[in-house]
Write a new protein. Structure first.
Length: 760
């Protein structure tokens, strides 16, 4: 047996043993407690949660190891614990653990209902509107055709079902609409998860698949909201329907205009002002709840509000990875297993013993699959895609999974679907989702790369490994000195390249009037914005988007500089740029004030030392930058900053590689073979920096110095080339003082031009 299959088999056996023991224990306790208590039991509620979490996690792990999404394991956990398996084998125990008592059931149902909103919040946070805009034509064509065909088929099926299969025969229209919706929309979460796990997310067709699923989900939740309004009235009320459509349109317009700014401002304000633990998560949940209540007030389902809230939260410019991971951990660790487990519990697969219901279920799966496959294929062709791409799209869009289960759960809860129809939809969701990965893998394996796609993937792989490309927020710590003005301009150039938000921290001495500190922060803000505005004058490459305007936040705290930096750093920053008057100590090395400030920040730190008669020229138009390179990660990171500065200010840039006199190839001891290897390494280094410059679309010159100490080569090149700025990557050495090594110390002491030390 294959090792991977063996590990999955062992995991399933271990899971079965654990669950069997736990279930027997709780079953015995529950049976013994029957009749002793009246009313809902908190202990039983906790036992239900623990069982769903434990079995959902174990089966989810097993599913992922065989290439299936974890949500399928959570759904199967509920099916195993429900009437389909556990209830069939030991009905008394199953009813004891999951009693049909309404009061007891309402406790875990409340968690499930909140889970629906949390899942839609998470789905919205994963919605990339930029991706939709990028592949808009093809994605819209695929989505509309892929929705219209299966929706029409599902609606027609609902119209021909016998009355015995309807929850309310007088509301057949609502049931037909729910069936059409459940068969039509793809699950963006499942689709994105599978495509990402298969490493196809960045392929052109992968982006179109995900973008189409996003549009599917958006249209689907709007349809669900409208159906919910119809179900409340019982019939097609033209006035009510018009009110719902107008309300949804106004809600979406206000959400993506005024609401976007309000959500961004709330997240920033909460992140920057609160000192308690996880305040941003609270703010996000409040936003979700408020928007869900707004949609409820306009007569549509709360899921639409939660979904739109997730989109707005996901686009927030300062949503750090830590906050995102904390929120996702809460949802995926608790609410997803409970919700999908309960959905599986509600599905009674024993109904499939009826040949007629089996036939209807198979027909449902065929209608859903053929309709979605054919619609997506035709939509891709209309969108101008190749046949192989259309085939991959059709395979990828057939995954239903979580979205259909949510839709079916809503339909069951509001009485639009019977238990039998709900079970059929869940069965269809499981079958189509589990069939999607192998089908998509087969289709994508037949799809070759074209030149444009290959170039884009290489660029994105570079950005994923880059330093500047990963910056999300910059902290600028300055005073009113010339060094502070210089640092403000550099920060503005770096931020303007990608529209990064910046916080300006005034580090004037403690005790100065608040007005003086505020004036320093205001002056730095003006310098940052003026420098960042130059980004708008540059011609972007066709595949690049114009950067957003740089948002600047001012801080003028009345505290010691290191205390102010430490307090602000807790809010989450990727780079600290320091520009203050006291930079170099009289006895050499960095001034103790710089040391204290740098020690207060745990992430990458850039320290600016401004010198030279040509400093004023730099403020208007920099002329020449020197970037020493050594092949290390820190020198490459500093080179990236130098390249951005050069591009943003139209400056010249020279990359200097030094072969030290103490190196292996410096003498004659290594022989010809070793010297040849060293020359190849040098050529590789210089070629790498030139390719890096091409990525940043910045002009560059290269220089090579051999048999010299690194500090001597850097200082000599700086003088001969009349460079204005040296951008140097350094490592912070352990010890009580701020020390970047002997080479950096020599450059700090002897350089006649400005130096930016970048420590990562």
């Amino acid at each position: 047996m294959h090792p991977a299959r063996q590990s999955v088999f062992r995991l399933v056996l271990q899971s079965g043993s654990i669950m069997a023991g736990a279930t027997l224990l709780w079953s015995s306790a529950a049976l013994a407690a029957q009749g002793k208590e009246s009313g809902p039991s908190e202990a039983l509620f906790v036992a239900q949660i623990v069982l769903l979490l434990l079995l959902g996690r174990l089966l989810g792990e097993a599913m992922q190891r065989i290439g299936q999404p974890a949500v399928m394991g959570q759904l199967l956990a509920g099916i195993l614990l429900g009437p389909s398996v556990f209830g069939l084998l030991w009905p008394a125990a199953q009813h004891a653990i999951f009693p049909p008592d309404r009061e007891q059931k309402s406790m875990i149902d409340a968690v499930s209902q909140l889970g629906i909103l949390m899942l839609l919040l998470l789905t919205g946070m994963g919605t990339d509107l930029k991706l939709v805009r990028k592949v808009g034509r093809a994605a819209i064509g695929v989505s509309i055709a892929g929705i219209a065909v299966p929706f029409a088929c599902g609606f027609a099926l609902g119209e021909f079902l016998p009355d015995s299969m309807l929850a309310r025969p007088e509301q057949r229209l609502v049931t037909s609409l729910f069936l059409g919706t459940a068969l039509a929309i793809s699950s963006v979460k499942i689709v994105a998860m599978v495509v990402r796990e298969m490493n196809f997310l960045r392929r052109n067709v992968g982006q179109i698949i995900v973008a189409s699923a996003i549009i599917d989900d958006t249209i689907g939740w709007v349809i669900v909201a409208i159906i919910f309004g119809l179900a409340e009235h019982g019939t097609v009320d033209a006035v009510g329907l018009g009110r719902s459509v107008i309300g949804i349109a106004l809600f979406l317009i206000l959400s993506f205009t005024l609401g976007r700014r309000l959500v961004f401002a709330l997240i920033r304000w909460t992140n920057d002002r609160f000192v308690s633990e996880a305040p941003v998560i609270t703010a996000i949940l409040v936003v979700m709840g408020v928007m869900a209540l707004i949609t409820d007030l306009i007569g549509v389902h709360t899921v639409l509000g939660a979904f739109v809230a997730g989109i707005l939260v996901g686009e927030s410019p300062i949503l750090t990875h830590r906050i995102d991971e904390q929120l996702r951990g809460l949802i995926t660790g608790l609410f997803m297993p409970v919700f999908f487990g309960l959905s599986g519990l509600s599905a009674d697969l024993t109904i499939l013993r009826d040949p007629f219901l089996v036939l209807v279920t198979v027909g449902l799966i065929l209608i859903a699959s053929i309709g979605k496959f054919g619609g997506a294929f035709v939509g891709g062709a209309i969108g101008g895609l190749r046949r192989a791409e259309c085939l991959a799209l059709a395979c990828g869009m057939n995954a239903r999974g979580s979205t259909e289960v949510i839709v079916a759960s809503i339909g069951l809860a509001m009485g639009a679907l019977t238990q039998n129809l709900f079970t059929m939809i869940v069965t269809m969701a499981v079958v189509t989702t589990m069939a999607m990965p192998p089908m998509l893998r087969w289709a994508l394996g037949r799809l070759p790369f074209d030149a444009a796609e290959k170039e884009r993937l290489e660029r994105e792989a570079f950005e994923e490994q880059g330093f500047v490309t990963k910056l999300e927020r910059i902290l600028l710590a300055v005073d009113d000195s010339a060094n502070g003005k210089y640092a403000s301009r550099l920060a503005g150039l770096v931020a303007g390249w990608r529209g990064l938000p910046i916080t300006v921290l005034s580090l004037e001495p403690e005790g100065l009037r608040a007005g003086i500190k505020a004036a320093t922060a205001r002056s730095a803000e003006e310098t940052v914005k003026a420098a960042a505005a130059t980004a708008k004058t540059l011609d972007a490459a066709p595949e690049e988007e114009k950067p957003a305007p740089v948002e600047v936040t001012r801080r003028a705290p009345d505290a010691q500089p290191e205390e102010a930096v430490a307090s602000e750093a807790r809010k989450g920053y990727d780079l600290l740029l320091i520009g203050i008057d006291n930079t170099v100590a009289p006895q050499g090395g960095f001034h103790e004030e710089i040391e204290r400030i740098a020690a207060a920040f745990e992430g990458p730190v850039a320290v600016l030392v401004s010198r030279g008669r040509r400093f004023d020229r730099w403020l208007e138009h920099p002329t020449d930058i020197l970037a020493p390179i050594s092949g290390t990660k820190v020198s490459r990171n500093a080179a990236e900053i130098a390249l951005v500065l050069a591009r943003m200010s139209d400056a010249a840039l020279t990359a200097l590689y030094v072969r030290s006199s103490g190196g292996r190839a410096g003498g004659r001891r290594g022989g010809g073979g070793e010297a040849t290897a060293t020359r190849r390494y040098e050529e590789t280094m210089l070629k790498d920096i030139v390719e890096l410059a091409d990525r940043y679309r910045a002009p560059i010159r290269t220089a090579l110095r051999v048999n010299m100490a690194a500090e001597d080569a850097i200082l000599r090149q700086a003088r001969r080339g009349r460079h204005d700025l040296i951008v140097m990557g350094v490592n912070r050495r352990p010890g009580p003082t701020l020390f970047f090594g002997n080479v950096a110390a020599a450059v700090l002491e002897q350089a006649e031009c400005s130096v930016l030390f970048v420590s990562t």
